[in-house]
Each structure stands twice: as C-alpha cells, then as structure tokens.
Design a protein around this ligand. Structure first.
Ligand code: C2O
Ligand code: CU
Ligand code: CU
Length: 504
C-alpha cells in the first residue's frame, strides 16, 4: 500500500489510493505517515475524538435578535457583519470561530410577510470571500447569495428583497461561497430567519420557540479542527449537537403546557430523528410554513440537514422530558460510522398548572395546487469510484457531472409547473435542496413501491434515501440562476450541485 498516493485533488473529486476501505481503518488507527504535503487535517481518516466536555443544563436562551433600524412599519433594515470571534464553549477555553455579529448561531432575523427587507452585509472575514444565502426564501436570484455573486473580503453589499404574502415560515441564512460553504458553516456562520404571518392561526398561548440545531467539533485545545477525509466523504459529523448554541439546555414549563417549537437543522451533515420522550408530537409546519391541517400523533420528527419543521408538543404531567435525536443510518462510507443518538435538551415540567390554552384550529391555511406539470426532468445522484492510475477516484455527481459554476444544467420557464424526479442511485442518502422556491412532494418510490405524499406541504429540502426516487412539483416564479444540490455541505462542495436557469 502506498500511502503517499492518498491525495485530495481538485474541487470535484477525491483521489484515494488502493482499496480505500481497508486504508481508512489503517489511517485512523496509525495516523498518516508520509502525509506532510497535505494541507490541514484532510490526511487523517477519522476525527480525533474530543476530550472536551461542555457545560450542560443552563436555561434555554432566547436567540439574540438582529435589531430593526427602520422607522416605518413594513420595513426591516439592519446591518450584519461576518467576522472572526472568540467564544467559550468549554469552561475556561477559548474557541476561535467565524460569527455573524460575534455570535453563533447568528442573530435571529424576524420579519413579517409583506415586509421590505434591506440588510447591509459587511464581510470582515480575513482573506476569504463569502455570500449570504437566504435558504428557502422567495428572493430574487441576484439577492440570493449565489456562489456567482461573492462578497470579497473587506467588502460590503446590500441584500434587498420584499417578502410576498403567504411566505411566512421558518427559514435560515448561511454562507454560500464557491468551495468554502462547508467550512464557513461549521466554523459558526448560520442563523434563523423567521417570517411571521400577519394573522397567526396558532394560539399565542403556545409560545413560539425556535430550536436551532448546530454541530460542533472541538479539539482538545478548544479549536475547531479541519475536516478529515471521512468528513469529506460522509459529511462532517461533530462531537456535540447544540441547541441555540448551548449543550443540553433546560426549558422549564408548568404542567399542562402546550408549546410551539420551530426546529431548524443547521448542521453540515447530521440526520436528526427528534423525539420528546413519549409525548405525542403534532406537526403543523414544514420548510415553507404552516401545513393545511395539523398532523397529530407523531412519535418522531425526521429532519435532514437544512430541513425545518414546526411542531406542537403537550407536556401534561410534571416530570422530566428529554428531547433526543435517535441514531439514523443514512449510509456511510468506510469504517467508523458514528452513533448519532444524543440528548439535546431537557424539559422540566413543574407541579404548577398552566393556564388552559385554546385548542389548535383544525384548518391552518390553504396551500396552492400547483396544477399539472408541463415538463418533466430527471436528476440522478451518483457516487462514483473508479480505479485509475495509482488510485481510486471518487466523485459526487448529478446526472454524471460535477458542479461547474459556468455551466447551466437545466433551463426552465418562470411560472411553469414541472415534475422533478430525483433518483438516488448511490450508497448514501442525499438531501435534495432547490433555491428560489418551495416545492411539493408528490410521491416517493423504492423497490417499485410508490408512496403518495400523505398531505400537501411546502418544502425546499427533502431527503432522497439511497435507492429511492422522489417526485416533486416545482414552480419557479422569478427569473435568474438557481442552485440545486445535496445539502450535506461536503457533498455540495465536492460536486453534487447544479445550476438551473429560470427564464422570464
Ligand atoms: Cu442552504 Cu444552496 O443552500
Ligand atoms: Cu438554499
Ligand atoms: Cu449528499
């Protein structure tokens, strides 16, 4: 075995020498002699397991908010800066991060549908470009932080857009620069963006609590280490899942409380399966806002990277309820698949009785029928491994091609409903995400068995499990270039992304 050939080359492909699986074990156990030429941690197969414990059990904090400086109603104006910061995750140990407004997660941006939003962004990241992408939001293509529109280090730009009626929902914002998205996100750049409806059908007595999940890996010295080869292949899974930036915070509620939670998976690559002890969960919203009617009696909520959900949970009896994520097997390359089960938050239900709250309405809103599709497209996800000269070449591809910023992969027409069929022919699950619009799931198919979508919902991110095909109704209403990609950010960065041009 020639370890010197264990290489990382280009943006689109990994080149690994010899039978990769066998080497991975070897590398993780014995380190990587002969890897002096490789940059960062990429030569190590497995992440060094952190010995750093984080303090747990603090009261759940509210996310800090980005202040609105506008004078007139109907406007939201603010400034947002990305720059390095030092924070303390572990007691007494500094961790250098990248942060919006000095914090991770970044400040919560909360506006009302119909608002005109103007955010002046300052990129103060030394030596690297970035963008802000408004994940899931119906913003014009040139305001959406595409990799083609970078903000240079030291530069400012204004992001301006108007949020139409009906766009209320739980979105998020994160960087999207070419080739650095994964790093900028795991180093701390991500925040929640909530668009409130003018009239909210959910009783105010349920509260409205965002739970923003991020993933953190800390080295023993408190630093956030670079990604390993295993991270690049599988997507980076860190040591800690944080909730609003905290490890296992505590929320205290009186008995009989009903709570509304907005759940955001802002991790690079963790598949969450969330449970609130044995409490039944009522699903009321998806990526693009409320459902038409509540879906009751759920035991768990699956949330793949970048996905969001709104739920109502009733805490009837005094006692302790733990919000957990179960282990999800979403396909893994090589040894060392992490056990991803974890306790995320504790809800202490006290003896005190909550005021009786009004019931949840049976109808929440109408979701538009997109009509019959006039065109059909098929996207195929593949992972390729080919033995070439002196090594194995690996790629994460859509329709056989790796991302090329200068290439348009799909041309569509604004206002036209299309059927998009996404087929995963690979060995790992890949969450599909499309910019610029919300789509509707029609059905999924696996081993010839078709399952129809059980209810209508607006989605911008959906898991496509290995061996599965999902069919989506898609309509883009605004012209311009839109990205679609796997939202395991390491896969997006290694090529699993394409460009759709929407023509007026
Ligand atoms: Cu959440 Cu292309 O992004
Ligand atoms: Cu997006
Ligand atoms: Cu993927």
């Amino acid at each position: 075995m020639n370890r010197r050939e264990f290489l990382l080359s280009g943006v689109a492909a990994l080149v690994i020498s010899g039978p990769a699986a066998a080497q991975m074990q070897d590398h993780s156990e014995h380190g990587m002699p002969g890897m002096e030429g490789m940059s960062g941690e990429a030569g190590k197969m497995a992440a060094p397991r952190s010995s750093l414990a984080l303090p747990e059990g603090a009261p759940l904090r509210d996310l800090p908010r980005l202040a609105n400086r506008a004078r007139e109603p109907g406007h939201f104006e603010a400034e947002l800066t990305a720059k390095p910061a030092i924070v303390r995750f572990a007691e007494g140990i500094d961790t250098p991060i990248l942060a919006y407004e000095g914090e991770t997660p970044g400040p919560l941006i909360e506006v009302t549908e119909g608002d005109k939003v103007a955010i002046r962004f300052a990129n103060r990241l030394p030596g690297e470009e970035t963008t802000i992408h408004w994940h899931g939001m119906p913003v014009p293509a040139e305001q959406d932080g595409n990799p083609m529109d970078p903000v240079a280090s030291g530069a400012d730009r204004l992001y301006a857009f108007e949020l139409p009626e009906g766009s209320a929902g739980s979105y998020w914002y994160h960087p999207h620069p070419h080739g650095r998205t994964a790093e900028q996100v795991y180093l701390g750049l991500a925040g929640a963006f909530i668009v409130k409806p003018r009239q909210d059908p959910i009783p105010a007595a349920y509260g409205d609590t965002p739970l923003f999940f991020t993933d953190l890996r800390l080295a023993a010295d408190g630093s956030i280490p670079a990604s390993t080869m295993a991270d690049l292949m599988n997507g980076r899974v860190g040591d800690h899942v944080l909730v609003n930036g905290q490890k296992k915070p505590v929320l205290t509620l009186p008995a009989g409380s009903r709570r509304r939670f907005r759940l955001f998976n802002a991790t690079n690559a963790r598949f969450l399966r969330l449970t609130f002890g044995t409490a039944a969960i009522t699903l009321i919203g998806s990526d693009g806002g409320l459902l038409e009617a509540p879906v009751t009696g759920l035991r768990a909520i699956d949330l793949v990277p970048a996905e969001r959900a709104e739920v109502i949970v009733a805490f009837e009896q005094p006692g302790r309820v733990v919000l957990r994520t179960e282990d999800v097997d979403r396909g893994w390359m090589g040894p060392g698949r992490p056990d991803t089960a974890a306790e995320l938050m504790t809800i202490e239900v006290t003896q005190e009785q909550a005021e009786p709250a009004p019931p949840l309405p049976a109808r929440l809103r109408r979701i538009a029928d997109l009509g019959l599709p006039v065109a059909t497209r098929r996207l195929e996800f593949t992972e390729t491994m080919s033995m070439g000269e002196g090594g194995m070449k690996m790629g994460f591809l859509i329709n056989g091609a790796a991302f090329d910023m200068g290439r348009v992969d799909v041309v569509t027409k604004a206002g036209q409903t299309e059927l998009w069929e996404i087929a995963n022919l690979a060995d790992m699950d890949h969450p599909f995400h499309l910019h610029g619009t919300q789509f509707q799931l029609v059905e999924t198919e696996r081993d010839g068995r078709v399952s129809k979508a059980p209810y209508r919902a607006w989605k911008d991110t959906i898991n496509v499990a290995r061996g599965q095909t999902v069919r989506l109704l898609v309509r883009q209403d605004q012209p311009g270039l839109r990205m679609y990609h796997c939202h395991i950010l390491e896969h997006e960065q290694l090529g699993m992304m394409g460009v759709a041009e929407v023509r007026a």
